[in-house]
Design a protein around this ligand. Structure first.
Ligand code: ZN
Length: 408
């Protein structure tokens, strides 16, 4: 059933849960893309929701969607060697190949309940189109990466991006080691002009820390701070110093990408608990499909908890923390009133089949979603009130993946 602008009701949802509450047998009234009521009221068409457990949509706060064409290529190597191989291929990739790859990424992300994503790559204009075509929220921008692109050109192209209902332009900077100081300052001015934030890989490896200290006399977070760059989203931070955590208090968000960190052997430890304690907005990302290689945010939430347990030998980071990071905190990063199932919030929701989440008990629902469920347990995704059926996505993945296979 295609219902969108007019009011409709998800009737008698078996459970709804967000990072604030778990409710049983309630209705959700949706109108004009927003949640109008959560409770007993009904309005407009009624959709039987008694077979579903409803959560907010998930935000994949860091990926490189177009890298699907590099999935499985030069796997099992450490970051710098791996990156050199990626850049070699990326230099000659056609625009068409990037678009087909990003389309598959969008379809995969939707299938695993991702309703919004932050993309760092070279084809943000494709992301604008794809967000429109599939109704997914996205934040993206051209990427400053001195090795491949002239920074002045990047800044010029960035100026062409316009905000839409679903798309937000952001300023992407690959890293402090792949850009000059001049480029970083250009990116800073651009982000200020466009009233947006800088998205940057930061403190990912020991090599980055060592070389930044050697070249600049500072650690990476200190270095950005010294350039007056404060409004940024820092991704990775496995090698951040304790005093740098204090400096991150003014950041927009930090993003943890546990699977990529493990796969690329970057080691270190993301100080999740200390970040939360400092009031920092912690979010979760899959990183790209060549370094993960999955874009499944459910799997990422589980890995985030497991990596914390393995790194710190304690259980301070719990399922609720990663659930909040992927929902409420992700929407906060995007500056959208979402990530909670609450009146006035955007109607971005995920419907899990309740019969897959056994034992189906109120006190185990969250655990079952984070530690047990897979994307196969998702039946429908709702973004801005628009319902997307999982089966439609699956069929489209088969069609588009055929195209990709013919191009590789
Ligand atoms: Zn990345």
């Amino acid at each position: 059933m295609e219902v969108f602008n007019k009011a409709y009701t998800l009737k008698n949802c078996s459970f709804i849960l967000d990072s604030e509450k778990i409710l049983e047998n309630v209705n959700i009234v949706i109108e004009n893309g927003k949640i109008k009521n959560v409770g007993n009221e009904t309005e407009g068409d009624e959709i039987d929701c008694s077979e579903y457990v409803v959560t907010p949509g998930f935000v994949n706060s860091h990926t490189h969607s177009a890298m699907i064409f590099l999935r499985g290529y030069y796997d099992d190597n450490e970051l710098q060697e791996w990156l050199d191989k990626m850049w070699e291929k990326e230099r000659t990739a056609s625009r068409k190949l990037l678009k087909v790859s990003s389309e598959l990424a969008v379809l995969e992300m939707l299938s695993s309940g991702t309703t919004a994503f932050v993309d760092m790559y070279f084809n943000p204009e494709d992301i604008v189109e794809l967000s429109q075509q599939y109704g997914i929220r996205a934040a993206a921008g051209y990427t400053f990466l001195d090795e491949i692109f002239d920074p002045e050109e990047v800044a010029k192209m960035q100026g062409r991006l316009q905000e839409t209902k679903l798309f937000k332009p952001i300023v992407n900077v690959h890293s402090v080691y792949a850009t000059s100081e001049k480029t970083l300052l250009l990116a800073k001015d651009l982000a200020e002009e466009e009233n947006t934030w800088i998205n940057i890989h930061l403190s990912e490896t020991r090599k980055e820390i060592y070389e930044t200290k050697l070249r600049k006399g500072k650690f990476p977070v200190e270095y950005l701070q010294s350039l007056g760059i404060a409004k940024f989203q820092a991704v990775h931070l496995g090698w951040v110093a304790s005093w740098e955590i204090e400096m991150l208090k003014n950041s927009i968000a930090v993003t943890h990408c546990p699977t990529s960190n493990m796969k690329l052997a970057t080691a270190g430890a993301f100080p999740f608990y200390e970040m939360l304690n400092s009031g920092i907005n912690v979010t979760i990302g899959t990183d790209g499909p060549a370094s993960n290689n999955s874009l499944d945010i459910i799997r990422e939430m589980k890995n985030a908890v497991l990596l914390q347990r393995h790194s710190y030998w304690d259980t301070r980071i719990k399922a609720l923390h990663v659930f909040r990071a992927a929902t409420e905190n992700g929407y906060k990063l995007l500056r959208i009133k979402g990530g909670l199932i609450k009146e006035g919030y955007v109607a971005d929701l995920v419907l899990f089949n309740k019969n897959d989440l056994y034992p189906l008990k109120k006190d185990r629902i969250l655990s079952n979603i984070i530690y047990f469920s897979t994307k196969e347990n998702i039946s429908k995704i709702i973004i801005n009130g628009k319902i997307i059926d999982k089966e439609t996505l699956r069929k489209r993945i088969y069609e588009v993946s055929k195209k990709l296979n013919e191009m590789i």
